[in-house]
Design a protein around this ligand. Structure first.
Ligand SMILES: [Cu+2]
Length: 266
């Protein structure tokens, strides 16, 4: 079993403690959340099961939405002029992005079929930027033990409040533009809500997996899972408002399997 924990590594030390005071109350309101944990060592990496590339194939997944389309909801940033000033036009939230029936921001992953294999997480971080008082991307995915790097590209202060169910939560302040901070989630979870208590419209999700076969759909609603060993799998999709859907698929060595996952519709 993996340890049920989250570690955080500071990669840029913010100066100017006086900047903390306007948001201190918000941080204190987070009873039971993890603190910054100090300088945590990067978790040790397990030895991966060797996979012969000659036996792998790809699973091409398309995620569609057949329900009623709804107009995008505009985000009101007028309460924070510094955030509003970062945008020249209206800003829309991303909780249900559909184009030509294809669903964006859906996490796709192999749910079952890989239990006998061990995978080592990459050391390259998955980056979640805070820019214009929005998270970019809105939905991210990482392997357990892979660094998830939060950046603050704004002159505004943000706090990064992660609320996993399977692991301990975290809540830290990023008060200065240009700061980065890494979080290591050791326990898989689909998907961990991330929020900023200073700007309540800021919402993101980070899905965490014990293997590398996952992706997040873009505007075209597709994810390609490459380098997958031949086998029988259940492939699942998760969406923040539509929940989870799944389907079985069989992948032959060097083969390509296509899978259509659908939400809603008549
Ligand atoms: Cu914020």
């Amino acid at each position: 079993m993996r340890p049920n924990r989250v570690t955080i590594r500071r990669t840029w030390t913010a100066a100017g403690l006086w900047l903390l005071f306007p948001v201190l109350a918000l941080l204190l309101a987070c009873a039971g959340c993890g603190d910054d944990g100090g300088e945590a060592p990067e978790p040790s990496r397990p030895a991966a099961t060797p996979i012969d590339p000659a036996t792998t194939g790809a699973i091409e997944v398309t995620v569609s939405y057949g329900g009623r389309p709804e107009p995008p909801r505009e985000i009101n940033m007028r309460s924070t002029p510094g955030c509003a000033a970062a945008h020249t036009g209206p800003v829309y939230e991303q909780s249900l992005l559909v184009r030509d029936g294809r669903l964006a921001n859906a996490v796709v992953w192999i749910k079952t079929g890989l239990e006998d294999l061990v995978f080592a997480p990459p050391s390259e971080p998955v980056v979640v930027d805070q820019r214009g008082c929005l998270y970019s991307p809105h939905v991210a995915a990482a392997m357990a033990g892979q660094p998830v790097e939060f950046r603050n590209s704004d002159p505004e202060a943000h706090n990064v409040h992660g609320k996993p169910v399977q692991a301990k939560g975290w809540n830290f302040l990023m008060s200065r533009q240009g700061t980065t901070r890494q979080v290591f989630v050791e326990t898989p979870e689909v998907a961990i809500p991330i929020g900023c208590d200073i700007h309540p419209w800021m919402q993101a999700y980070v899905a965490v997996f014990r293997h590398p076969f996952f992706g997040v759909t873009g505007a075209d609603g597709t994810v390609s899972l490459a380098g997958v060993p031949a086998g029988r799998y259940v492939v699942a999709a998760w969406h923040e408002r539509l929940g989870t859907t799944e389907q079985a698929v069989t992948l032959a060595a060097k083969g390509t399997a296509s899978l259509a996952l659908a939400y809603g519709g008549p």
